[in-house]
Design a binder for this molecule. Sequence first.
Ligand SMILES: Nc1ncnc2c1ncn2[C@@H]1O[C@H](COP(=O)(O)OP(=O)(O)OP(=O)(O)O)[C@@H](O)[C@H]1O
Length: 243
Amino acid sequence: MSEQNSIAIRFKNVCKTYRLYTSSRRRLLGLFFKSVPHKTKHAVVDMNLTVERGEAVAILGRNGAGKSTMLKMITGVTFPTSGEIYVNGIVSALLELTSGFDQEFTGRENIYLKGRILGLNDEDIAKLEPAIIDFAELEEYIDQPVRTYSSGMKARLGFSICVNINPEILIVDEALSVGDRAFRDKCTKKVKEIMQGDITLLFVTHSPEIAKAFCTRGIVMKNGKIVFDGTIDEAIDYYATKY
Ligand SMILES: Nc1ncnc2c1ncn2[C@@H]1O[C@H](COP(=O)(O)OP(=O)(O)OP(=O)(O)O)[C@@H](O)[C@H]1O
């Protein structure tokens, strides 16, 4: 395998800066005029990172450390202000489950829409469709427009697509909770099953025990920077004693 092929994710000097305005009018004007007064928030600062294929990496850090921003840039939900991001493989992100859905399309049509966005062709999606529908437990609603779904039903469909498309890179935010208790338990079981397979995993968690159970490498983030990168045991120790 060439060096490039063995890499799943690479960040090169990646920065993400948000502009904070005091009103929505100023935010709108700010799209056109750089001189509109605003504050800046550096959510990710000059980040360099390489994740090899098959690695399982826990990302630790307090609220606001920049974890979600980093993950959203990998999935393409948001873009870096500067720097380069290289992603190699089909990414499934258990983050914003309903992003990419068209409200007017039926559940079944949205499976195809989201599947294509994730890089699959219609033939592949057709093969996965029964498993996706079965897991989502939407029964007769699958041919109704998604706008008629409850938020829990939409999330269930989004989750089911993400976990059933056989992703090569899986991004999980532990804080995510989908549907009722029974469905959540089913989701946890399914994610554990996928995590144990041959997959590249990025896992945001505040729990050292869970991080240890699934990951071999740990990254600690603070104020938009990676302050520690090493084995999971060292990272947990750093987070507990030196953060
Ligand atoms: N769309 C946005 N506009 C402005 N600021 C933002 C936006 N998204 C994130 N931020 C800011 O960027 C910083 C990093 O946020 P981020 O959500 O990446 O942190 P996090 O480590 O994921 O936190 P948490 O553990 O609470 O999810 C925070 O200060 C946050 O307020």
